[in-house]
Design a protein around this ligand. Structure first.
Ligand SMILES: [Zn+2]
Ligand SMILES: [Zn+2]
Length: 556
């Protein structure tokens, strides 16, 4: 029988709607469904305002895929069963019921569902051999058995470890690795061609902070590459589609719904986030570096391989922060301090892992240097030499680490003064400073007399200064997402009830760490030239004076 996705939606209850009493999608749902079903993207991230009717569309799509692709298997997730039963799984059951009532599914609705557990059924078995499971992401590893043709996650921002759920960590794959059902991979279209109809559908209200969903799927809508490596067989890149939708696009909400919610939020950013589905972070507190403005301080830059590279390290097991910067001279011979990249996505790692680690986009210092600054550091030859040194000793800290120092040509490191404290999080209670230098050949500068308030004042002042070449004396590459978010407001003082603020920035193990790494680097390399005394030959800062801005990359 012929049917359309509209048939799987609830009967319209809005008396003024031209389709009153009929089953129908809303226009924006139809547009989004078209993109999902006819597009080439296997991965869809939909970030929408509250009440933008995301879950109901994904539930109907789940039903439609199970019906249309015989013998397929899919799973519908929310964080836990209790919420799933009330939302995604409920809407899915409604769609299946609608399909049964209209004869789209030939079978008795009540007999399709199996294995009752925690308030509802775990599985739906269709007469065409398809199975749809109910899942909870809080125990996602329990669902790694089957291969899936489609995976749907509702309200993904409820999970604080979505990156891990999605792609796993280390050698263990996440749910993504189970999306390889044969029936969807080679789905035959009516015109006898084949289409990859595997779908991983993720929807979320807009997260109040920039989080792992944005690391995976970006902040803005669009179609982009999910991976940096093309598929070895097809040569194609795996792509995802990021969709945003506003509450107001759902014209079947009560007429005053948007304004009811908007009126309780005085901040325009809250309205943008909550109702319009836009990526606008909320930080609270009082900004520490209020002189930073992303629209003037952020751009794209290229590395000048003639110049030294400065690395600022804020160690710390929970969340270390590392920045990579250069000091470039403009045509007016002024120093511009440019931060090119950051390490900000390692959590709960030892100092050894901070140095030496690779899992997807999570890179330790050595791996980051190798991938981003190959002219400065060659991990392969470094590892060869280090391994041969390790063979000669029982204790890794007894190697001739100074031999390794030569591998960091033109790279200078600095660390928080706490780097000299012994740390209980490391296996042998050695200080970070000792581990870095005696086991890896990474020698770090540190300053003991910085003074937090004076140091922060220097950072504020620096961000106010515009050179006669018209560019700020301090700029940040747009790759440094956490540092930019930190200076935009994530790095903050606690706000007191009387409107004043605490005198120390919030130790949130997120923004504070990367901003600290940046500050140590400024203190040791921009506001001190002590690093130069270590070397025989003073590194001259190169001037390229064809244009005042010729050291800048693409400004777009
Ligand atoms: Zn209607
Ligand atoms: Zn300048």
């Amino acid at each position: 029988m012929s049917w359309s996705l509209h048939s799987l939606f609830p009967i319209c209850l809005k008396p003024t709607c031209p389709l009153f009493t009929k089953r129908h999608m809303l226009p924006h749902q139809e547009e989004i469904a078209k993109q999902i079903l006819s597009g080439d993207e296997n991965y869809i991230y939909w970030q929408g305002g509250v009440g933008s009717a995301k879950t109901i569309l994904f539930a109907a799509l789940g039903a439609a895929l199970a019906i249309s692709i015989p013998e397929s298997e899919g799973i519908l997730f929310r964080k836990d069963f209790a919420d799933n039963n009330k939302t995604l799984w409920k809407y899915f059951k409604n769609s299946i019921k609608a399909a049964c009532d209209q004869g789209i599914i030939k079978g008795n609705y009540d007999k399709l569902f199996k294995f009752k557990h925690q308030g509802d059924y775990n599985e739906c078995h269709l007469p065409n051999g398809s199975i749809v499971y109910r899942g909870q992401t809080k125990s996602w590893t329990a669902y790694m058995g089957p291969t899936y043709d489609f995976i749907i996650v509702a309200d993904a921002m409820e999970n604080n470890n979505f990156g891990e759920i999605f792609h796993g960590e280390g050698v263990v794959g996440g749910l993504q690795s189970r999306l390889r059902g044969q029936h969807s991979s080679f789905f035959k279209l009516p015109n006898n061609t084949y289409k990859d109809m595997r779908r991983f559908l993720i929807e979320s209200n807009t997260p109040p902070i920039v989080n792992e969903l944005h690391v995976l799927f970006g902040r803005e809508p669009g179609v982009r590459n999910l991976t940096t490596i093309p598929d070895p067989i097809t040569g194609k890149y795996i792509t995802y589609r990021h969709i945003q939708a506003s509450t107001i696009q759902n014209d079947h909400n009560p007429a005053s719904y948007f304004s009811e919610i908007a009126s309780t939020h005085s901040n325009i950013d809250d309205v943008k986030r909550i109702l319009e589905g836009k990526t606008v972070p909320y930080y609270g507190g009082v900004r520490v570096i209020e002189t930073f403005h992303p629209e003037i301080h952020v751009a794209s830059f290229e590395t000048d391989i003639q110049l030294p590279l400065f690395v600022g390290i804020d160690p710390g097991g929970q969340h270390p922060g590392v920045t990579f910067s250069q000091i470039k001279k403009c045509a007016y011979n002024k120093d511009h301090y440019i931060t090119l990249s950051e390490i900000s996505n390692l959590y709960d790692k030892t100092t050894y892992e901070l140095v030496d680690y690779r899992s997807n986009d999570k890179l330790g210092i050595l791996q980051h240097l190798n991938d981003f600054y190959p002219e400065y550091f060659d991990l392969e030859s470094y590892t060869q030499v280090r391994n041969s040194l390790l063979e000669k000793v029982d204790d890794p800290s007894k190697i001739d680490a100074y031999i390794l120092e030569y591998h960091f040509k033109n790279i200078y490191f600095c660390i928080d003064r706490s780097g000299q404290n012994t740390s209980r999080t490391n296996r042998d209670a050695k200080s970070d400073l000792t581990i870095l230098s005696s086991e890896y050949g990474i020698r770090c500068k540190y300053k003991t007399n910085i003074g937090l308030d004076q140091s922060l004042n220097r950072v504020r002042k620096l961000h106010k200064e515009i050179c006669i070449c018209n560019l700020p004396l301090r700029m940040i590459d747009r790759k440094c997402e956490l540092l930019i978010d930190g200076y935009s407001g994530g790095y903050r003082y606690p706000k007191k009830k009387d409107g004043t603020h605490g005198d120390k920035p919030v130790e949130d193990h997120r923004y504070e760490d990367i901003c600290d790494g940046d500050r140590y680097s400024l203190e040791n390399f921009l506001w001190s030239t002590a690093y130069l005394h270590d070397t025989q030959v003073e590194k001259t800062k190169r001037t390229d004076s064809r244009y005042p801005w010729s050291w800048m990359g693409d400004l777009s």
